[in-house]
Design a protein around this ligand. Sequence first.
Ligand code: PEP
Length: 247
Amino acid sequence: MAQRPYIVGNWKMHGTRAMLSEARAIDRAAERLLKAEVALAPPFTLIHATRKEASLIGVGAQDCHPAEGGAHTGDISAPMLKDAGAGFVIVGHSERRADHGETDAVVKAKADAALAASLGVIVCVGETEEQRDAGKAEEVVGNQLKGSLPEAAGMIEKVTVAYEPVWAIGTGRTPTVEDVGAMHRSIREQLNAIYGDDGAEIRILYGGSVKPSNAAELLAADEVGGALVGGASLTAEQFLGIIVAAA
Ligand code: PEP
């Protein structure tokens, strides 16, 4: 890994203001933060407060609507996220693809909206267990990339890809280091095909049951530029353990 690893915590639908103490504790571990680029994606309701509490880490969101504004009850647009203090947004997480029926086209529209609002964007892709067992993991992920990645002319440094095998999310199971490396190499080839030379600038994160005890080996796999962490980002102790292992 040439650059500093990028370690992003996804709090999902967890967290009330009581949890801001965890964000503060992560932010205060400034010395460790020098070795990695660290960010948290709390729920919408905590973005502004997290930004105020934590000055060193990045703060982002877990989703956005493709439109700038309008009659979309309950949705949040990319410019609103920016206004609340977010610097990036995660799009296409498998839980959103499954729970909200988000297609690649919807994910791409969201990613385009994020860049239009000058937010960084983390585009998530990953195969199900059935797709892996059928030998189709690389094909599925390749199609998701082709369909979900944004137009990024002049903004490629704002784009990150997260490879998250659906069957590894929240299950305690992970692919082998060899499988992670093979998939990340395949993603790199796709990025080069889609974006030409610029594709080399995009960081590819691994996500799925990353914890302090397995972070070092997963992050050492080929083309892994960091981690997207769910459950283990909910406490400063665990998340800092991953950051230390990664750097
Ligand atoms: C995630 O949902 O992005 C994730 C990787 O979750 P976990 O780390 O809990 O598997």
